[in-house]
Design a protein around this ligand. Sequence first.
Ligand SMILES: NC(=O)c1ccc[n+]([C@@H]2O[C@H](COP(=O)([O-])OP(=O)(O)OC[C@H]3O[C@@H](n4cnc5c(N)ncnc54)[C@H](O)[C@@H]3O)[C@@H](O)[C@H]2O)c1
Length: 250
Amino acid sequence: MRFQGTVAWVTGGASGIGLAAAQRFAAEGARVAVSDLNAPGCDDAVAAITAAGGSAIAVPCDVRSLDACVAAVARIEQEWGRLDHVFANAGVVGAGGIEFTSEDDFAALIDVNLVGVFRTAKAALPLMRGSDSGSIVITSSVEGLIGNALLPGYSTAKTALLGLTRALAAEAAPTIRVNAVNPGYIESPMTEPVAQMMPEFKQAWAQKALLGRVGTVDDVVGVVLFLCSSDAAFVTGESVAIDGGAVAVR
Ligand SMILES: NC(=O)c1ccc[n+]([C@@H]2O[C@H](COP(=O)([O-])OP(=O)(O)OC[C@H]3O[C@@H](n4cnc5c(N)ncnc54)[C@H](O)[C@@H]3O)[C@@H](O)[C@H]2O)c1
């Protein structure tokens, strides 16, 4: 029970990596606020967590709105009076080279994936300052480490998140740590359509990985919870690739 007595806020918590993280935080003793654009999905996540004996509330929130993020934190404060861990994870992907990407498409990817994390952290930090072991983990991507001709908006946002991680780590120290995770290809509802339409893309990532497979949501969640735990008490401003070694080598 590493997180007994703490409160965790997970954005993008209705699906995939965020849902699995919310469930693991709760299983390890945290009270969890599940946020997502998908309000019924938040309710389903909370039902699953409480059925398993955990404690959670649904706090639907669109990270494209600072007011919505501030309201979500106000709800958490009202319910539990504290906030220790934030998993800023909500994100969307959009594929297409620059010639097929409109300004609006590009801006929309930046708005959710980058500014959404800025809004999440901006809303959370005032309440987190009351925690003696606060931790923010931001979901970037291996697409923030390497270029991808088909993902200009997504890659730009995920790369910029690594700068935001370091800037926030500097600002929030010494009581709050800020780190990022860079997942590679992870099996989730986000990648499912790609797996269906382009199985060779998934296979290529599995072959690229030194460990010979693509990732699971639990592969990511294990690292996220490590970064929030006291085992990572001296780690801040850092990012960890969770990709089976795919981008470590040529
Ligand atoms: N799956 C992968 O291979 C992979 C790889 C690297 C990074 N990531 C990142 O991991 C994160 C989670 O992805 P996933 O694979 O679990 O995808 P997912 O689609 O299963 O989950 C993403 C969740 O974010 C929510 N969301 C989208 N826009 C939102 C908004 N404006 N406000 C609030 N919630 C919103 C969605 O409703 C969804 O529930 C994303 O940031 C994604 O970019 C995923």
